[in-house]
Design a binder for this molecule. Structure first.
Ligand code: TYD
Ligand code: MG
Length: 449
């Protein structure tokens, strides 16, 4: 046995041999605490009994039995709750995680299922207020447990064997005898591991809520990814009502599912036709508007990209973007000026993915550039034209994934022609005329710009 003194950061769990006022890993002040580490100097077990290998061929791909939650977005993305499965629902504070799970809890409890909502992030009174807003008549089998002590929560799960346990959130869990404050990597991991074991033991599905901050919180869901069966992400712009739910990891089903939701006064509502919903407020005949098709999971979604340019006042021209990356916007403005002869470099440029959705995908480049060129020249694009493709520094258009799926979605939404990178499609899609352009200049010409 070898004893030495080490200092552990209570925020990020980094360890150092020397004390300092500030953690060198995460930058937190006053978070280093002394701990005596006992390093066991023993060799690991290397001998074991051989395991049985099985042929993949003929192995039945049986799917686990799952229970639908009644919240369609959750059911689409997760395919229902599997017994003993552990799902992490991650997202920024205020994005609607508690709302979504409250809706699932109400729906399941209404069909007689026993649900335990472990409250740590908010008080039972706050959660109650949210619940009765969502359902004035609360079902009798919806329970809460106002605790953050992990062993007690685990024992309760094992005793009560509910049909679903919701823990809101993992950042509030406290496991005695473990280092760190609630929310630290050690605490989050230890608490989640103990609850996972309890859930597996008694077959109750467990939903863990994980808060992430914009800059990717240290104790965020990343540290739990390997521990849980599924990781769902709820994202969107706080100022807007749209949210996207997607699976980042899913043991019991495909990870390429996603759903669009809107935040309403009655909670999160699943949008059945995202393209229809996202294009409904579009004005046609306005310069600076172009429509692209994004792929969320396997799902095509038409999205309007808007741009506005204005003569700049004093100093550096303004670049503002929502749902579009500002540095990519700067790069595309330079490419547009140098490679396609449309100069908006001296102008204030505002770019926006309508609805506050995230369009930081290179396949949206072409639509963004076309919107800027259309705004600069004050010439509207054909409202039934769709565009997609990545724009390179040389002004070349680069292929993107799933072109046929995008074309079909344009066609379904009544678009009659599309501009896309050259060499993208193997087989044409009926009912939509396509122009394959090798360069940005060619594409803009085909747009009439
Ligand atoms: P919340 O679920 O508390 O977010 P999170 O758990 O991810 O932190 O919800 C966040 C916001 O949603 C909050 O500002 C209020 C709003 N909201 C509605 O607009 N409608 C509703 O029906 C509910 C319950 C919440
Ligand atoms: Mg919450």
């Amino acid at each position: 046995m070898n004893q030495k003194t080490i200092f552990t950061c209570s925020k990020c769990d980094a360890q150092t041999l020397k004390w300092s006022g500030r953690c060198s890993e995460c930058g937190a002040w006053g978070s280093l605490k002394e701990a005596t580490e006992t390093a066991e100097v023993s060799s690991p077990r290397t001998a074991g009994k051989p395991g049985e290998i099985k042929q993949f061929k003929g192995h039945s791909a049986q799917s686990a039995k799952s229970e639908l939650t009644g919240v369609s977005a959750l059911d689409e993305v997760l395919g229902g709750l599997v017994q003993g499965s552990v799902t992490l629902l991650a997202g920024e504070p205020g994005i609607g995680k508690s709302t979504l799970l409250a809706q699932a809890a109400i729906a399941l409890a209404t069909s007689g299922k026993k649900i335990i909502y472990v409250t740590g992030e908010e008080s039972p009174a706050q959660i109650h207020r949210r619940l009765i807003r969502l359902a004035p008549q609360l079902p009798a089998t919806l329970f809460f447990l106002d605790l953050t002590d992990v062993p007690t929560i685990a024992a309760t799960i094992e005793k009560e064997k509910p049909d679903l346990t919701i823990v809101d959130s993992v950042q509030t869990l406290r496991t005695p005898d473990m280092n760190g404050e609630p929310g630290s990597v050690t605490q989050v991991k230890a608490g989640s591991a103990i609850l996972t074991e309890a859930a597996k033991k008694c077959g109750t599905p467990l939903m863990l809520v994980g808060q992430v901050t914009k800059d990717g919180d240290v104790a965020g869901p990343r540290v739990l990814e390997h521990l849980v069966d599924s990781v769902l992400f709820l994202e969107g712009d706080h100022e807007h009502r749209y949210r996207i739910l997607r699976a980042l990891k899913h043991r019991f089903g495909p990870t390429d599912q996603s759903a669009l939701l809107t935040m309403t006064e009655k909670g999160l509502e699943t949008v059945t036709d995202p393209s229809q919903e996202l294009l409904q407020h579009r004005l046609s005949g306005i310069p600076g508007s172009a429509v692209t098709c994004l792929i969320q999971g396997q799902r095509p979604m038409l999205l309007e990209i808007q741009a506005l340019t204005n003569p700049a006042g004093y100093g550096t021209p303004v670049r503002r973007a929502t749902g579009v990356d500002t540095s990519r916007l700067g790069m595309l403005l330079a490419v547009l000026a140098r490679r396609a002869g449309v100069n908006a470099l001296e102008k204030d440029v505002y770019a926006n993915a309508a609805g506050g959705l995230d369009a930081r995908d290179p396949s949206a480049d072409l639509a963004l550039v076309a919107a800027i060129a259309s705004a600069t020249k004050n010439v509207p694009l054909n409202p039934r034209l769709g565009l997609f493709g990545e724009v390179g520094l040389g002004g070349e258009l680069r292929p993107v994934a799933l072109p046929e799926l995008r074309l079909k979605e344009f066609k379904r939404m009544g678009f009659d022609h599309a501009i896309l990178p050259k060499g993208q499609i193997k087989k044409s899609v009926d009912g939509i005329k396509t122009v394959e352009a090798a360069t940005l200049e060619e594409a803009l010409r085909a747009c009439g710009l």
